[in-house]
Design a protein around this ligand. Structure first.
Ligand code: URA
Length: 191
């Protein structure tokens, strides 16, 4: 597998990244995918949400977080007080794993240049990692505390909160999630 150059992707811009994702065969997931799922939202966001992987609805439509978990994400975004031009939503990997299994390490690695290029192009102040898979992609085995922000090289701040799908079956988590959000409002709210 050829190593993709993140700087070249960034130089070429959003459309080129999109085209390369659509043409990508760097891991086996391209064989079973219906639609690759690239991003939604602003191209100049202050906050980027990073999910895990597309599910069934996303695979069918090509739109991230358009199913049940997406409804919970919308609720979170509303609770955060973000307007449409202030955020974007992407995933750690762009293809649905069969039967929604967890992405393999090798799949996360193969998709990482696209994730990095998207982050550089979107250039957010805050990256919200929705659960453990997104954390894996960003932190190379290091663990973040839930809801404890970590500034990275003066570039952006990482914040790990619960994946919206985790709130579907554990409604009690919603209150916990809201507390994590309340504790961090200063990261995205203007003075
Ligand atoms: N779960 C994710 O992590 N991403 C989606 O796009 C949908 C569900």
């Amino acid at each position: 597998m050829a190593v993709r150059s993140v700087s070249k992707l960034v130089e070429q811009g959003f459309e080129a990244v999109e085209k390369e994702i659509l043409e990508c065969k760097d891991c086996q997931l391209h064989e079973t995918v219906t639609n690759k799922v690239i991003s939604k939202g602003s191209r100049t966001p202050s906050v980027v949400f990073v999910g895990e992987a597309p599910g069934k609805n996303e695979d069918e439509t090509g739109v991230p977080f358009c199913g049940r978990a997406g409804k919970n994400l919308d609720g979170m975004i509303e609770y955060m007080g973000l307007s449409g031009d202030e955020y974007a939503v992407i995933n750690t990997i762009k293809c649905r794993p069969p039967k929604n299994r967890n992405p393999l390490k090798s799949e996360i690695k193969a998709c990482k240049p696209f994730l990095e290029a998207q982050i550089q192009l979107l250039n957010p102040k805050v990256i919200i990692l929705l659960g453990n898979t997104a954390e894996k992609a960003f932190c190379d085995g290091d663990k973040l505390e839930w809801g404890v922000p970590k500034a990275v090289d003066g570039k952006y701040t990482l914040l790990k909160i619960y994946h919206p799908a985790a709130l579907i079956y554990q409604r009690s988590r919603i209150e916990e999630q809201n507390t994590l959000i309340d504790n961090n409002r200063h990261l995205w709210e203007l003075e």
